[in-house]
Design a protein around this ligand. Structure first.
Ligand code: ADP
Ligand code: ASP
Ligand code: MG
Length: 824
């Protein structure tokens, strides 16, 4: 005969009609001939029932409406899932139960008081309703072989409420099962979770989340081969997914690990749940109802798993009480007195820590018990406090416990170092520490307001590559979208070869933004962005700079001064900035100083290679020269791809205006070509270069010879293109003069380090000059330095265009990654 298999479905798995359908298919998918199905109440129903009791105590007039809503919700489920007389019978049963509940509520309302027994009585109806619905539905589908039987858990489980919660009377329960359960196979038992009967035969419950316990009890009683706990996540995760979006599914856990995790707040399993299963060595699988094919998490006696740390959890609402005084040193029995006093008053202590100096003992209790605990301690040590042997009893109320759990921690040095290292880097202050001798658990007390940060930083130190980088792109224009493509093309390789996890988690324009987690797809971001939220830079940056990820980079591919003026704030917060935007680099000197100071403060990097010469290695060359002790005396260059193109192509055989119109038509110029012709763009680049070599240069200091005559500066871009012919006589004159001298014309920026002079303008150059032999949009930069003296160092190549500019930006992004430790 097949062994029994128990399937338990949580409230989220039976939230609505389509959920019941899913659950039925899962049950039908089990080909075994002996299956027990334990069901929770439909999602939210237990809470709603308990709220009715609380409402009745307060004489809330709304409770009748809310009770009717619950009845209606179940009637509607029945209408959707059942047919014929079943619908009516089921609705009648629920209706009768509601009448019963109404009676109880009336008593509570009149006496303005309820009791735990009464609350248990009301709370248990949810499971009866979901169970009775499901047994009919499964029967009606007719896809499971054999009998489908309703087994009322109240007729089986005898439970007693004790100080440590409900405990099972095994002998009675076993006898009950023998009487109540059908043994003929094949059979499917449908069992309501959570409910049981007390010794007085009154309905009671197994405590919140008690359906897990029910499953384990039935597993034990039926000697099941496996228990499957079906929920709404893929298994036990390395941390609460609502707090740590990057939590990953743990493949396997030992019973002990699972107990610790559950105790420390991993709601997916209930700590007591496992005890009955452990006794019989029954493996428990946590699986996802909404993705039933996944492997889930296996909880068993001796699991095979590669992780040392299985999970990290937090418990909130803790108070830390510290007892301090020289009088405790070497005095035996202080701890015993302290903890017996607490025990006598029924206060549960969650964590204890005593330094070996015995000068202080601290312990953590649930926050609601803090005031009581303080009174008890003061009382117990009244004399010592009066006589000064104990100086103080302090209560720190807003604390949380962070627990790091894993069997593999035992005997593995370095786990604690990693935990504390991560907390230190995240600036989290640890108030108390406890590690059990089993080394299965390190618990720390931190301030509540730092708890999420603490959890995330410790989690990322164990579960993420230390080089997980969150990237936000501002301005997905020509360069920005090219950057996205390049990033996507290299993502997998970088992950594979360098363990570098580059995650593009946000894209924003000035109007719309798209936020993603863990990373967005490079393929279809464009339509998603069009449908995205309205842009808000603060929200955007907050998302990119997620606490749970070790590093964040903002890539600004706009030309916007408004965006640039936010850099100092970002840098100070520890966010790296990479940009081809010249605005920040050429803004006034005070801003420049603020930018540097912010980067120092935040320990962040600001890189801007693509501001000059697009992807050409210009800034990097300057840095290398300076760092190795070379002295840069002069920089000369053709620094505008547009102007380079115009003077490379124009040879005087056609009017200059024709070449300009053609270039504009091909998209080689700014939409308003005057932005190029004014020389300001080149001026900005000179400022950036000048500052890089240590000059205090501002845009006003640059002597610019603009190519736009005064008469054409004020009109619109359209008018300018119409009237651009007015430029021709001026340009012709300059070209004639140059030709007469055997020269050609080039638009050149020059920076002289000795005098600090910066000039930008059209110059006549010998036909043999290196700047004469450039093609298309080439940029050329010549460095005259003490090492490269007679024969300057020249960097030359395409200095404009989305592909090369994005390449320069990407290189900077990778440079930041290397700075934070990635092995590239
Ligand atoms: P059910 O309704 O199936 O009983 P619960 O809500 O009781 O489900 O438990 C599942 C929830 O537990 C998950 O949706 C998740 O939000 C939460 N949870 C907290 N910590 C963890 C963890 N470490 N692993 C998995 N889930 C967790
Ligand atoms: N319905 C009960 C609760 O919400 C029991 C359970 O779902 O496990 O606590
Ligand atoms: Mg649960």
């Amino acid at each position: 005969m097949d062994p029994w298999r128990v399937h338990k479905f949580g409230g989220s798995s039976v939230a609505d009609a389509s959920c019941f359908e899913r659950v039925a298919s899962i049950v039908e998918g089990d080909r075994g001939s002996r299956v027990a199905v334990v069901l929770s109440a439909c999602k939210g129903v237990t809470d709603a029932l308990l709220a009715l009791v609380a409402g009745a105590e307060l004489q809330d007039a709304e409770i009748e409406g809310r009770l009717q809503a619950l009845e209606r919700r179940h009637a509607e489920l029945a209408a959707a899932l059942l047919a014929g007389a079943d619908v009516r019978d089921y609705a009648n049963e629920v209706h009768a139960d509601c009448r019963h509940i109404r009676g109880i509520l009336e008593v509570v309302r009149l006496t303005r008081a309820s009791s735990p027994a009464l609350r248990d009585l009301v709370a248990g109806f949810g499971e009866l309703w979901s169970g009775r619905l499901f047994v009919r539905y499964l029967g009606r589908r007719g896809r499971r072989a054999g009998r489908i039987e309703w087994l009322d858990a109240r007729d089986v489980i005898q439970a007693e409420q004790g100080a440590l919660g409900p405990h099972v009377r095994w002998q009675e329960s076993r006898d009950n099962l023998g009487r109540a359960a059908h043994t003929a196979t094949p059979v499917t038992l449908v069992i309501p979770g959570f409910v049981a009967r007390g010794p007085d035969q009154v309905q009671t419950t197994l405590g919140r989340n008690g359906s897990d316990f029910s499953a384990s009890i039935f597993g034990h009683l039926l000697e099941a081969a496996e228990i499957h706990i079906w929920t709404d996540v893929d298994g036990v995760l390395s941390a609460d997914p609502r707090l740590v979006p990057d939590a990953t599914v743990i493949d396997a856990l030992s019973y002990h690990e699972a107990m610790e995790l559950a105790y420390f707040g991993a709601r997916v399993i209930h700590p007591q749940t496992m005890a009955p299963a452990i006794v019989k060595g029954i493996p428990i699988r946590i699986r996802n109802t909404f993705a039933p094919d996944g492997p889930g998490t296996l909880i068993c006696d001796r699991p095979a798993s590669n992780h040392q740390v299985k999970g990290i959890t937090t418990i909130d609402r803790i108070a830390l009480i510290n007892l301090e005084g020289a009088g405790m040193i070497g005095v035996p029995g202080t701890a015993q007195r302290l903890f017996s006093a607490l025990r006598e008053h029924g206060i549960s202590v969650i964590l204890i820590s005593q330094g070996s100096s015995e000068h202080s003992i601290c312990f953590a209790v649930p926050l609601p018990e803090a005031a009581h605990a303080e009174r008890v301690v003061r009382d117990a040590f009244r004399d010592e406090l009066v006589h000064g042997q104990i100086q103080s009893v302090d209560v720190a109320p807003d604390c949380a416990i962070l627990a790091v759990v894993g069997d593999g921690m035992a005997g593995t040095p370095g786990v604690a170092a990693r935990v504390f290292g991560a907390l230190g880097q995240a600036g989290v202050n640890v108030r108390a520490i406890a590690q059990g001798a089993s080394e299965r658990n390190i618990s720390l007390v931190v301030d509540t307001k730092q708890a999420a940060r603490a959890l995330r930083s410790v989690h990322s130190s164990f579960y993420l590559s230390p080089h997980t980088v969150s990237i936000g792109l501002i301005g997905p224009g020509a360069v920005g979208s090219q950057f996205i493509d390049q990033l996507a093309s290299q993502r997998e390789r970088l992950m594979r070869d360098c363990s570098l996890d580059l995650r593009l988690r946000g894209i924003t324009t000035s109007t719309r933004m798209l936020l993603g987690d863990p990373a967005m797809s490079a393929a279809d971001w464009r339509p998603a962005l069009d449908r995205g939220d309205s842009a808000d830079l603060s929200t955007f940056v907050e998302h990119i700079h997620a606490d749970h990820l070790p590093h964040a980079i903002i890539v600004d591919c706009t030309a916007s001064a408004e965006v640039a003026c936010r850099y100092p704030g970002w840098l100070a917060a520890g966010i790296h900035v990479v940009t081809p935007n010249k605005r920040a680099g050429s803004a006034d000197l005070t801003f420049q100083a603020a930018l540097r100071a912010a980067a120092r403060e935040g320990g962040s990097h600001y890189l801007y290679e693509a501001t000059v010469g697009a992807g050409l290695p210009v800034m990097q060359t300057i840095r290398d020269l300076r760092r190795t002790g070379d002295d840069i005396r002069r920089i000369e260059g053709i620094l505008s791809g547009t102007l380079s193109y115009l003077f490379n192509v124009w040879d005087g055989r056609q009017p200059f205006s024709a070449v300009l119109r053609d270039a504009s038509g091909k998209g080689y110029t700014e939409p308003d070509p005057r932005d190029d012709l004014s020389g300001v763009d080149v001026g900005r680049k000179l400022v950036i270069l000048g500052r890089e070599i240590g000059l205090a240069l501002s845009l006003e200091d640059v002597e610019i010879d603009p190519l736009v005559p005064d008469g054409l500066t004020a009109c619109t871009a359209g008018e300018f293109l119409d009237r651009v012919g007015e430029l021709d006589p001026l340009m012709d004159a300059r070209l004639r003069s140059a030709s007469a001298n055997g020269c050609i014309l080039r638009y050149v920026g020059v920076l002289d380090a000795a005098t600090g002079r910066a000039t930008v303008g059209l110059v006549e150059l010998d036909r043999m000059h290196p700047f004469a032999n450039v093609t298309l949009t080439d940029n050329v930069v010549r460095f005259i330095t003490s090492r490269y003296d007679r024969n300057p160092l020249v960097v030359q190549g395409p200095g404009a265009g989305p592909v090369v500019t994005a390449g320069g930006v990407f290189a900077d992004v990778l440079r930041v990654c290397a700075y934070v430790g990635a092995k590239l």
